[in-house]
Design a protein around this ligand. Structure first.
Ligand code: ARG
Length: 461
């Protein structure tokens, strides 16, 4: 047990208490962030004359050595230290002696851990953004190739109106674009440096908090030291954004699972992204989509957990907050893994265009268009709706589609119908006529694809 705070204690900590209290098992994940934060802190202390330049250089040299040794596996992070902060400080003192003991001047582990977590989350947001952008690029590529791939659009999982694959993928593009923007917003809001807040009430040293913030790439220092050491809003915001990412991925997974079923057969998942059965040789299962759908619960759980942890914590730091880490790490890793795998599955998936088109021709997806045809010839919409209802009933009884119904039969139900009804209810017409922005008409969709391309070209992660 190597502790930073033994001075006022006369007894050793009970081993079980030590184990329960320690966070090294998981906060070792941010050894790099911890060293980066310490390096900036030391530079600031020297600039303010609190440390000498020689002390600064000695400490920075020591920290660089620790970073290199941990990275290259020469210095294992072991559980004899309570947390990553103690580990780095103890190792520094071992290496450089007394100068190392000055590292923690004007700092508390409370503002230190607040900084480490922020640096970690900030780095991860950048990686998450890059993965979402990759997903967006793949979606837009599929969209650009399928402006005229007809398929049924569904409501209540029942065929509703014809759309295109581009249009369907475009819906997901919008969802992931909002996810991307949410990540950008969180980054902007959280990007203030807590270092210099001390335990809760700042410090008595003449710290230059602007300088530290600038060295670490923050927009500036935070403005209230009590809030700074006990704010985990940004973790909650991130987990909420990731829950939404997962909700989108899970809905998409559900669709892929349905589309991949024998009954639908809209897609063929690449062999590299599906698995077989140990007993049924014919099986090719959409396990990736199912796992993504399943893992969504873990990310929601992390959000619920941190919300619950934070709700009863009086100001300022309390040890409960140590619980912010493990689930956040897991949620981030889960979301990253799911985004990467789903994108890979999507990019390699084969869309069965003929099956989709055939499916769109069934199920009376053009019934609304038949009603619109009547409206175009002066029939009020409510009456047109009733007439087409009768057409559909006729077709169901005769097991045919509206396209297969004879003109004479049309005329029996309404004399308004003419030969041009067939063209008016063809899939091509149904889709092409939906040309307002946001609708599946190929011209409207092409504009969206172009705008998406410009959006993606503009992004700098
Ligand atoms: N391991 C602690 C955490 O994750 C670090 C801060 C410790 N501060 C304290 N006052 N015990 O929150």
């Amino acid at each position: 047990m190597a502790q930073l705070w033994g001075g006022r204690f006369t007894k050793e900590t009970d081993q079980l208490v030590y184990n329960f209290n320690a966070s090294i098992g998981f906060d070792q994940k941010f050894y790099e962030q911890d060293i980066k934060g310490s390096t900036a802190h030391v530079k600031m202390l020297a600039k303010q004359g609190i440390l000498t330049v020689a002390e600064r250089d000695e400490i920075i040299g020591g920290l660089e050595g620790i970073l290199k040794d941990v990275k290259e596996g020469r210095l294992p992070v072991t559980s004899e230290y309570e947390d990553i902060h103690s580990f780095v400080e103890a190792n520094l003192i071992d290496r450089i002696g007394d100068a190392g003991k000055k590292l923690h001047t004007g700092r508390s582990r409370n503002d230190q851990v607040a900084l480490d977590m922020k640096l970690y989350v900030r780095d991860e947001i950048c990686e998450l953004k890059a993965l979402v952008v990759k997903m967006l690029a793949t979606l837009n590529q599929i969209m650009s190739e399928n402006l005229e791939t007809y398929m049924p659009g569904f409501t209540h999982l029942q065929k509703a109106q014809p759309i295109t694959l581009a249009h369907h993928m475009g819906a997901y593009f919008e969802m992931f674009r909002r996810d991307y923007e949410r990540l950008c917003d969180i980054y902007k809001r959280m990007n203030y440096c807590p270092l210099g807040s001390g335990a809760l009430a700042g410090t008595t040293y003449p710290l230059d908090r602007d300088y530290t913030a600038q060295l670490l790439g923050f927009a500036g220092p935070t403005r209230n030291s009590m809030d700074s050491v006990s704010d985990r809003d940004y973790v909650i915001e991130l987990l909420s954004a990731l829950s939404t990412v997962m909700m989108h991925l899970s809905r998409f997974s559900e669709e892929i699972i349905i589309w991949n079923s024998n009954e639908y057969g809209f897609v063929e998942i690449d062999d590299a992204y599906s698995t077989g059965s140990s007993i049924m040789p014919q099986k090719k299962n959409p396990d990736i989509a199912e796992l993504v759908r399943g893992k969504t619960g873990r990310v929601y759980a992390a959000l619920t957990s941190i919300l619950t942890t934070m709700k009863g914590i009086p100001l300022a730091y309390n040890k409960d907050m140590q619980e912010d880490k493990e689930l956040t790490f897991d949620a981030i890793d889960t979301a990253k893994g799911c985004l990467a795998l789903f994108e890979g599955m999507l990019a390699t998936m084969e869309f069965k265009k003929d099956v989709m088109e055939k499916s769109a021709q069934k199920g009376f997806t053009n019934a609304t268009d038949a009603a619109d045809y009547l409206v175009g010839r002066g029939v009020p919409f409510r009456d047109a709706h009733g007439i087409v209802g009768q057409l559909v009933l006729f077709c169901i009884e005769h097991r045919i589609s509206l396209d297969e119904m004879k003109l004479a039969d049309y005329k029996k139900i309404s004399p308004v119908f003419e030969e041009d009804i067939y063209d008016a209810i063809s899939l091509k017409t149904c889709v092409e006529k939906r040309m307002t922005l946001g609708a599946p008409g190929p011209d409207a969709m092409e504009q969206v694809v172009e705008a998406n391309r410009a959006f993606l070209d503009d992004i700098s992660c």
